[in-house]
Write a new protein. Sequence first.
Length: 171
Amino acid sequence: MTQGRIISREKGISSFSVRHARALTFACLAISFLAPYVAVSLYQKYVDREWARSGMSGYEVSEWRRVGIRDVDEEVRWRNGAFKPGLANIWRSEGFTPEVAEPWEKGGFHTGEARIWGKHGFTAQEAREWRDNGFYYSEADEWKRKGVAPGEAAAKKKKGERPKIVDSSFR
């Protein structure tokens, strides 16, 4: 009889341990799911609060996030430059910051033109003056290297003059 009681106690302890282990495993799995979920939810509420402080509606926030701009400060800089999300994304994907893109956009340049004119050393204002006087970047670059202003270069161009390029390789 003593043996029977010991066996039943062992079964009781054994079955209690299995139930305890299952409950502990379930609790760990639940915590492993809930902890990141709660952390992300809290972080998202913090981020949403920052977006709300910028004065945007939920729809506007979703539009900026859709184009990949998730930083509130960056969004505010683009918006202050009068950019909509889609246009900001185009300029941003070409490597422009809001501060650099704004004068080019307001000057009527698209990203490719802005990149080429900028590569040749023109600011947005200079490029606009040259373009408004009928010059492409390559021709404007030649006149600019000679120290000729856009208006003067346009007058000379009407007379048929071209900038004289001195190529030192032929000397």
